[in-house]
Design a protein around this ligand. Structure first.
Ligand code: MF3
Ligand code: CO
Length: 250
C-alpha cells in the first residue's frame, strides 16, 4: 500500500530535509585526504543532536552507525571506520534524519582531493542521472518512467546501474512502498500521484552492475572492484511536479 502524505506532513519532512542538506554541506568541507569516515560519522551524529534531530539509521535492523560511508568499490552500506581517506578516493555518505518524527533520506558522493577525469565523470553522470530521474517523477507518469530515464542515460554514458538496491517510499519508517528501481521500462509500475514521498538514489558503477555482499552482511561492493557512486534525494510529488526535500541549493 502506498501511503499518501498531506501538505502538512510534507512540510515537516522538508524541515528534516533542510537539516540533512545543511549537514551534507558541512561534510563537504570536512572531506579531505587524511580524514576518516569514523570522524565524519561522529560529526554527523553530533551535528544532528545539536540541531534537535536524530540519525534514524542508528539501530535500524541492527545497523550501528549514524551514516553509511561507502568508499570506492563499495556500493552502499559501508561501515564508518578509522582508516583514513586518500587523495583520489571517492566516498558516499548516506543518512536518514529524524526531526520531530519526520524523516528525510539523502546520500551524496564526494571526491577526496583530486580525482582522475574518469572518476570525475562517474560522479557527474551519477548526479545527473538522479536529476533525470526526478524530472520524470511527475503526476500521471509511472514509476517505471523514472528508472527508464536513469538507466538509458547512464548506459548511454558507458556506465551501469545497480539492480539490487532501489529507491523507496519514506514516511513513518525509512522504507515504505513504492519501490523505485533505477532501471526498467517506461509506462510500467504504479502511477505517480500527488502526495507520494519517495527517494531516488541510483548507484552507478564504472564497470559491471553486479554487486557482492561483504561478510559483514551489510556492505555491498562492485563485483569487478571498480568504483561506484551515488546521489540520493527524498522528493515529494505535488500537482505541479516533484519537489526536492533534501536540496542543497548549491
Ligand atoms: N539511507 C538508506 C537508503 O537510502 C537506508 C540505509 S538502511 C541502513 O535506503 F540500515 F543502512 F541504515
Ligand atoms: Co539513503
Amino acid at each position: 500500500m502506498i501511503v499518501l502524505k498531506s501538505p502538512r506532513e510534507i512540510e515537516k519532512m522538508r524541515e528534516a530535509g533542510k537539516l540533512l542538506a545543511s549537514c551534507h554541506k558541512e561534510i563537504k568541507k570536512l572531506i579531505n585526504p587524511g580524514v576518516s569516515t569514523w570522524e565524519i560519522n561522529e560529526f554527523v551524529d553530533s551535528y544532528l543532536s545539536r540541531h534537535g534531530a536524530t540519525a534514524q539509521q542508528k539501530g535500524y535492523r541492527g545497523y550501528e552507525y549514524a551514516t553509511c560511508a561507502s568508499i570506492n568499490d563499495e556500493v552502499c552500506h559501508g561501515f564508518p571506520r578509522k582508516e583514513v581517506l586518500g587523495e583520489g578516493d571517492i566516498v558516499t555518505i548516506d543518512m536518514v534524519v529524524n526531526l520531530n518524527g519526520a524523516l528525510a533520506d539523502s546520500a551524496w558522493s564526494y571526491a577526496v582531493g583530486k580525482v582522475n577525469s574518469e572518476t570525475q565523470r562517474l560522479l557527474d553522470v551519477s548526479k545527473e542521472s538522479l536529476y533525470k530521474g526526478i524530472a520524470a517523477a511527475v503526476p500521471g507518469n509511472r514509476i517505471g518512467d523514472i528508472g527508464h530515464a536513469i538507466q538509458s542515460y547512464v548506459e548511454g554514458e558507458g556506465f551501469s546501474v545497480v539492480r539490487e538496491f532501489i529507491g523507496h517510499g519514506i514516511g513513518a519508517t525509512i522504507h515504505e512502498k513504492p519501490d523505485v528501481p533505477h532501471f526498467g521500462l517506461p509506462g510500467k509500475g504504479p502511477r505517480i500521484k500527488e502526495g507520494m514521498v519517495f527517494t531516488i538514489e541510483p548507484m552507478v558503477n564504472a564497470g559491471r552492475w553486479e554487486t557482492k555482499m561483504d561478510p559483514n552482511k551489510w556492505t555491498a561492493r562492485t563485483i569487478d572492484a571498480q568504483n561506484s557512486a551515488q546521489y540520493e534525494h527524498t522528493i515529494a510529488i505535488t500537482k505541479e511536479g516533484p519537489i526536492i526535500l533534501t536540496e542543497q541549493d548549491e
